[in-house]
Write a protein that binds this ligand. Structure first.
Ligand code: URP
Ligand code: ZN
Ligand code: ZN
Ligand code: ZN
Length: 521
């Protein structure tokens, strides 16, 4: 694959591409709410016209999208690029990570600023902006982690919302002694988010139980990577999801639960969402799952070597129940879950070795930033569980709505940013660490054959993947401020009608979705 990178420099969009006018012809546009045949005309990074027989200026580049799907570029709401974590720094930095994202069809990522305990949130935020700005190949936004609670933290949260483009904060119920907050702190942070019109996000696992289980397991001689999953079984995740939902209900705040990894946890979340929909007509608790959890599971028979097993260690862990991926996909299909992230936090095999004698020291995290779209297409659309519109909803639109950047991002519409993936549903690609664009030396989806590949990816109207050839520009991506008071979170605007239909249908649409087939004219 040709692979062109330019030096770090911020140049106006129109100078970054010889082609600032593009017509995408003969494709099928897929938005979250409908699909239709139409052409798309782009000028200076913005979608200017949608229709057939468009009158366009001479010299416009024409991309023929016959038999292809023209979809909003993916938005990955959960990445950790060059994150310092558990004594290591994740190897995919903002350049390599966003380059790989584009190769897979993602045009925007939302990374996490994770300040250490006692560090100023604003200092950490500026550190992240500095790290990202000259490296990002695609657009990016930021969430901010809250490692402790105080009046000063509350003041900084306000500053971040009012003048730094932040509308979401992540709180940890795990990682005891590092990031973990107690229930009072969670209550206070949820309340602060509600006052600011921001979105509280939680990593839901019971950190106290994990801490005690880890001590017990290590003492009994279980120190290999399988100890990781044994220390944090499904109910440890489900309990925390239940507690987080209870806290947000008590406070009256919204809630976004990141990386739901188990059937039990998803069921608890679904119960709360159903209750809220019955009471208020819409839910304000949202759930994200990962490419990792729908693409693979913890298979003892396959993960026999220490290296393979350690490479699959993340938190919450991959579950050994082989039905977990299809269960979570059905939860995505029925709007019991809304988004899919990668949680890309990549550590090389030698970094994972830090936990050679103690599983609790294996740096937690896996890949997914590049393969998220293909894995979800393969396991969701190709498998007949979700249709292409729902694919767009869970890979792009819902994240844009929840984090309040819709319709600038997350849809193909006049006035929207020209962040577009032209998807070839008949294309095939086998995932491998040998050919991926990420810095990490391992791929948890190794050998997976995916039907459905990006042929072209446009970021702000610039063709960054061109007939499968990657042509990224380091530093081209922009910081996208995410305003507070998202309508879809705060004003009872529904993120989608899917769950309502699901409730009314007596779960019939699981069958409808499975039998619906993609029609390409
Ligand atoms: O194992 C994981 N998920 N690593 C990244 C940090 C986090 O908890 O999201
Ligand atoms: Zn500042
Ligand atoms: Zn987490
Ligand atoms: Zn994460």
């Amino acid at each position: 694959m040709a692979n062109q990178t330019n030096p770090v420099k911020k140049v106006p969009i129109h100078l970054q591409s010889s082609q600032n006018r593009i017509l995408i012809k003969n494709g099928k546009i897929i938005n979250a709410d409908k699909m239709f045949d139409s052409d798309v005309y782009i000028e200076d990074g913005i979608i200017r016209m949608i229709g057939c027989n468009l009158i366009i200026p001479g010299g416009t580049r024409i991309i023929d999208a016959t038999s292809m799907l023209v979809m909003p570029g993916g938005i990955d709401p959960h990445t950790h690029l060059e994150l310092e974590f558990m004594g290591a720094v994740s190897v995919d930095d903002f350049y390599q990570g966003t380059k790989a994202a584009i190769a897979g069809g993602t045009t925007m990522i939302i990374d996490f600023v994770l300040p250490s305990k006692g560090e100023s949130l604003l200092d950490a935020y500026h550190k992240w902006r500095t790290r990202a700005t000259n490296k990002v190949c695609c657009d990016y936004g930021l969430h901010v982690g809250i490692p402790s609670w105080s009046d000063e933290v509350r003041r900084e949260m306000e500053d971040l919302c009012k003048s730094h483009g932040i509308n979401s904060f992540k709180m940890f119920m795990a990682y005891k002694g590092v990031f973990m907050l107690n229930d009072s702190d969670l209550y206070n942070t949820f309340e602060a988010c509600k006052e600011l019109g921001a979105i509280p996000m939680v990593h839901a696992e019971n950190g106290d139980i994990i801490f005690e289980n880890t001590k017990r397991l290590l003492k009994s001689g279980i120190n290999g990577p399988d100890g990781h999953g044994l220390s944090r079984p499904e109910e440890v995740e489900a309990e925390a999801v239940n507690r987080a939902c209870t806290l947000s209900n008590q406070v009256g705040s919204p809630l976004y639960i990141v990386h739901i990894m188990s059937k039990q946890a998803a069921e608890v979340l679904a119960k709360y969402r159903t209750k809220q929909i019955k009471q208020n007509g819409s839910a304000k608790i949202f759930g994200e799952t990962l490419a990792a959890s729908v693409g693979t599971h913890w298979d003892d028979k396959k993960l026999t070597s220490w290296t393979d097993a350690a490479a699959h260690v993340l938190s919450p862990p991959l579950r050994s129940d082989p039905n977990t991926p299809s269960f979570l996909l059905n939860m995505l299909a029925s709007d019991n879950l809304q988004t899919t992230g990668s949680d890309n936090a990549t550590f090389n095999s030698n970094q994972k070795c830090m936990g050679k004698d103690d599983f609790s020291k294996i740096p937690n995290g896996v890949n997914g930033i590049e393969d998220r779209m293909s894995v979800i297409w393969e396991k969701g659309v190709e498998a007949g569980i979700i249709d292409p519109c729902r694919f767009v909803a869970i890979t792009s639109t819902n994240a844009a709505k929840i984090f309040n950047i819709y319709p600038k991002k997350g849809c193909i519409d006049v006035g929207s940013d020209a962040d577009i993936v032209i998807w070839n549903p008949k294309g095939k690609h086998t995932i491998s660490a040998k050919t991926h664009h990420q810095a990490v030396d391992y791929n948890i989806f190794e050998g997976m054959e995916c039907h459905g590949v990006p042929e072209y990816v446009l970021v702000g109207g610039r063709v960054c993947l061109d007939e499968g050839n990657l042509k990224v520009v380091q530093g081209y991506g922009k910081f996208i401020p995410m305003p507070t008071h998202s309508e879809f979170v705060y004003n009872n605007e529904k993120v989608s009608e899917v769950q309502e239909e699901y409730e009314n249908n007596d779960h019939d649409n699981e069958i409808d979705i499975k039998t619906s087939k993609l029609q390409i004219s």
